[in-house]
Design a protein around this ligand. Sequence first.
Ligand SMILES: N[C@@H](CCOP(=O)(O)O)C(=O)O
Length: 410
Amino acid sequence: MQALKEYDGNYWKSLFDSRIGRTAWPYGSGVWSKKEWVLPEIDSDDIVSLFEGNSNMFWAERYGKHYLGMNDLWVKNCGISHTGSFKDLGMTVLVSQVNRLCKMDSRIVGVACASTGDTSAALSAYCASAGIPSIVFLPANKISMAQLVQPIANGAFVLSLDTDFDGCMQLVREVTAELPIYLANSLNSLRLEGQKTAAIEILQQFDWEVPDWVIVPGGNLGNIYAFYKGFHMCKELGLVDRIPRLVCAQAANANPLYLHFKNGWEDFSPVKAKTTFASAIQIGDPVSIDRAVYALKNSNGIVEEATEEELMDAMAQADSTGMFVCPHTGVALTALVKLRNSGVIRPTDRTVVVSTAHGLKFTQSKIDYHSKVIPDMACSLASPPVSVKADFGSVMDVLKKYLESKNSTQ
Ligand SMILES: N[C@@H](CCOP(=O)(O)O)C(=O)O
């Protein structure tokens, strides 16, 4: 690319002038119209926090208004936690209880789980803190590097098994039936007691006003039931007079609940889960299927699914508004888009999307998307870095192109 020579100190002078309140010069070579860069007087009362302090619940204003025409869309960010996923909520309860049992001289020799990554991270962290051995059953090569390193670093006994999550689940159930090892997956109700607090917290954060919809990604399906349990408990206690409609969102490559829902809840059949970028919910035979069906039936719930392209595009779109979500949240956002487009969710409905894990656990899939190297995927929202020669003119050239393209889309 030919470097533009006409740029000189005046370009930057114009920008600096604008920052200190003077009218800017027309910048560039006349391609752009003159802009007023004078900053308005701002009263400190006018400055509003975009993410509402440190709360894990934030109003997705730009995403909601811009992409969906919604004005009451919220994200409950459960990935901002010790090990970076909602599993911490349940695991702190479970391991605390095991710790108590150990102190009471029970014969428990360790705690185990099968995992697609997040459960093992949480289990190993809390067990390490309590000095209790943890054993994790992981499907080899099916979890992200950031997830794998967590149990390793936390000193868990890590079994890397040549099977999928469902195979690991089956094995850990058999092993824990034989040995005095405590099973920590979400079929253990202690986990659900912890996880249901997210639902209670949502109501509290809305000052006990009930949202219309709560959308939760689903794999092993303990969490959708935990949300139901939390909302139902608040209703029983008289804190609220109804519960939200629940939506469970699955990856189309691992969608046994979706198929069951579409079949009118007749005859559940597990599926063989195929590879999905939403790897934490790559589960074909969920242990909490019955509880999930119960939760959905009793909340007038819905199940939706997301293809690989849909979930990756939804994740990229959300990221472009500053969310940096995990692929599973991409699945939940796809469900939202579909239900909004079909009119089931209305523009003014108060809707909460549950973001289940930290986006930093899934950087490889984001890199692949933005590098456009995913086979058969357009990656239409990819925003790859621009390689540019390290000289002033070349940088100004690419900046000009970039700012022009921004101008034309605003
Ligand atoms: N997505 C899970 C799978 C195991 O789920 P659990 O909630 O039943 O323990 C994981 O992170 O391992």
